[in-house]
Write a protein that binds this ligand. Structure first.
Ligand code: 3PG
Ligand code: MG
Length: 377
């Protein structure tokens, strides 16, 4: 575990406190999709208000190119106001004041010292609570924390404590389930976790690159050609036998919600057809492995779960995970969204607000936004 101070170590009454939360939620045409990150950020902010602090919260939202109103945090502040018993203001006023998207300023991602100083001005304490963003070395995650006394917020601390259990002394059997489109996003995690786990179940778009490395004909399925050699080395390496790949998949004649589709063994994928979910036999196998586990980490859907025809694999994994008495954590926006859609997110031991940040942590990499907190210990 990294070393940092928390809110338990400081007195905040009467202080102007700047909090960095991860309020990066999906927004389309001003409408918020899943507000999980807003809900997760609130307890820290409310605790600070109750302790007598004057609370300002900053965050990025999306990847805007300069000041773009489509990426404004205003709707997020409004939703926060609806969800909280505290008064929430946007830019001014409120017991909690949300300030505008830090990425509207070019100095944010450049971690420009001038912008960091402007952001920090007037604050006596900085609370880093944006677990989902601490893998970024930006002004609002690192720059500010170099200038103002800084502590880890409760959400960040909970996330690091929970995810540490997947690196340090996990109860066995220890099972990791990975999915999602790209194996390149997860190669570091596979490499770091494979020696620690008992089984690694891999579905989603990424499984086709692994199947290809095993010389399976994958038709028109998603493949990252430049990754085939690295994953072959892993599969043929000393721990490769722990990786469990699909034996059957749901294939479609095109990438579309209402495409023609059917279930086949992976050795029978016809030319041009694309795999969009794991098959039933695979789902049952994955479920049975998960059921025996004492520790389970899951990141990434098994298929295109937004579309009904390709949802069953992800749902089977989700149900198996909530059905165990194991310590379970789920990370990554899509897997968490699937759990929330099914209304079963409460049954997971830890639902992470982090996607990339959680993966980098499990890769064993230092998170710059956490590392910087050490100087205040
Ligand atoms: C995320 O959604 O993963 C975090 O909020 C970080 O966003 P970013 O990938 O745009 O830095
Ligand atoms: Mg992201």
């Amino acid at each position: 575990m990294p070393n940092y101070l928390t809110l338990d170590d400081v007195e905040v009454e009467g202080l102007d406190v700047l909090v960095r939360s991860d309020l990066n939620v999906p927004i389309e045409n001003g409408e918020i999709g899943d507000d999980f990150r807003i809900r997760a950020a609130l307890p820290t902010l409310e605790r600070l208000v109750d302790s007598g602090a004057k609370v300002t919260v900053c965050s990025h939202l999306g990847r805007p190119d300069g000041e773009d109103p489509a990426f404004s945090l205003r709707p997020v502040a409004e939703r926060m106001g609806e969800l909280s018993s505290k008064e929430v203001g946007f830019e001014t006023g409120g017991q909690i004041t949300v300030i505008e998207n830090t990425r509207f300023q070019p100095g944010e991602v450049e971690n420009d010292p001038g912008y960091a100083a402007a952001l920090a001005a007037g604050f006596a304490l900085f609370v880093q609570d944006a677990f989902g963003s601490v893998h970024r070395a930006h002004a609002s995650t690192v720059g500010v924390a170099e200038l103002v006394k800084s502590v880890a917020g409760p959400l960040l601390d909970q996330e690091l404590t929970a995810l540490s259990r997947f690196l340090e002394d996990p109860e066995i059997p220890y099972v990791v389930v990975l999915g999602g489109a790209k194996v390149s996003d997860k190669l570091g995690v596979i490499e770091n976790l494979l020696p620690r786990v008992d089984a690694m179940l891999i579905g989603g778009g990424m499984c086709f690159t692994l199947l290809k490395a095993k010389n399976v004909e994958i038709g028109g399925s998603l493949v990252e050609e430049d990754m085939v050699e690295s994953v072959r080395a892993l599969l043929e390496g000393p721990e490769g036998g722990k990786i469990i790949l699909p034996s059957d998949v749901i294939i479609a004649d095109r990438f579309a919600e209402h495409a023609e589709h059917r279930q086949v063994y992976v050795k029978d994928i016809p030319n041009g057809w694309i795999g969009l979910d794991i098959g039933k036999e695979t789902a049952m196998l994955f479920e049975s492995v998960i059921r025996t586990a004492e520790t389970v980490f899951w990141n990434g859907p098994m298929g295109v779960f937004e579309w009904e025809a390709f949802r069953a694999g992800t749902e089977a994994v989700a149900r198996a995970i909530v059905g165990t008495s194991a310590f379970t954590a789920v990370g990554g926006g899509d897997s968490v969204a699937a759990l929330r859609q099914m209304g079963i997110d409460d049954a997971v031991s830890h639902v992470s607000t982090g996607g990339g940040a959680g993966l980098e942590f499990l890769e064993g990499r230092a998170l710059p936004g956490v590392q910087v907190l050490e100087r205040w210990v």
